[in-house]
Design a protein around this ligand. Structure first.
Ligand code: GLY
Length: 287
């Protein structure tokens, strides 16, 4: 089977356009290399997301958004087409939440670990402590903090959204999805978005794989990634994307890959960088 990988750098405002385009290309090529070596779709999406988490221009891992109390709580998830799922929610002080999410999937009987428990688990698994704060995020936080008393929703809009994600099809015909985010800037401490909710921001089945970005509360309630993949049962990918664009009442973007290796994307927000590698050809696109 010809392998394919698709990635996105978050739906929202147009911050760091050039850096994000380059970052997506780097991440896609790292994941694709593994697929060409015969590694699994899970290996590829986790590697692709890890590369974006290490890049300070994305809202995931290093560079994550800050909550209302000035701390960074991150969510990440990974799912394979054979029904395995692992996620962390509200995890602090780690460099790569997606690697911890994979450990949850592979080393525990659970699907989601949150907060301090997730952090303790990460330590137990050998991950060292890491401060994911960047100067840019610190500045943004300081700039807007004086308007705390304003509506929380407005503050989140000011920052825009962001998340990273990847979906892949491997040479064995298996699919996987992974997503990672620092969530909304100025979110309430303890808030969990769509990313670690199975079928919300992340989903894979033998039909396809999806990773979403945007307004997490809305994406989770509407189970956007599950609906995207499930509709592939009866409809071709271009029709599924059209239905999602018309019917999902959220500000969001999504990448979708079907079991035949057809990639797709739609956006109901201001801006999104995404791309894919198929038949050795790298495409980086923006909306
Ligand atoms: N979609 C990312 C979040 O809302 O947390």
């Amino acid at each position: 089977m010809e392998p394919v990988i698709v990635a996105h750098g978050g739906a929202g405002k147009g911050y760091f356009l050039e850096e994000r385009k380059k970052g997506i290309a780097d991440a896609l090529l790292s994941g694709y290399k593994l697929l060409k070596e015969g590694k699994s779709a899970v290996d590829a999406v986790v590697e692709c997301v890890r590369v974006m988490e290490d890049n300070p221009h994305f809202n995931a891992g290093y560079g994550s958004a800050m909550g209302l109390d000035g701390t960074i709580e991150m969510d990440a998830a990974v799912m394979s087409s054979d029904g395995k799922f692992g996620a962390v929610a509200g995890i602090k002080n780690v460099k790569n939440p997606v690697l911890v999410a994979r450990k949850v999937m592979e080393e525990t009987e659970h699907i989601i670990l949150c907060g301090e428990g997730a952090e303790r688990f990460a330590k137990l698994m050998g991950f060292s402590e890491f401060d994911p704060t960047t100067e840019w995020v610190k500045e943004k936080f300081k700039e807007k903090k004086s308007s705390y008393y304003k509506k929380l929703k407005e503050l989140a809009e000011l920052y825009g959204f962001g998340t990273v994600g990847a979906v892949a099809l491997d040479v064995h015909g298996k699919l996987a999805a992974a997503t990672s985010t620092g969530g909304l800037m100025f979110h309430l401490p303890g808030r969990v978005g769509d990313t670690p909710i199975p079928g919300g921001g992340t989903y894979a089945s033998p039909l396809g794989a999806a990773s979403a970005s945007g307004h997490g509360e809305c994406i989770a309630v509407n189970l956007v990634s599950f609906r995207a993949v499930d509709m592939l049962k009866e409809k071709p990918i271009h029709q599924v994307l059209g239905i999602l664009k018309d019917e999902i009442p959220c500000r969001f973007g999504i990448i979708l890959l079907d079991k035949h290796g057809n990639p797709g994307n739609i956006l109901n927000a201001d801006y999104m960088v995404w791309g894919y590698v198929k038949e050795e050809k790298l495409q980086v696109l923006e909306r």
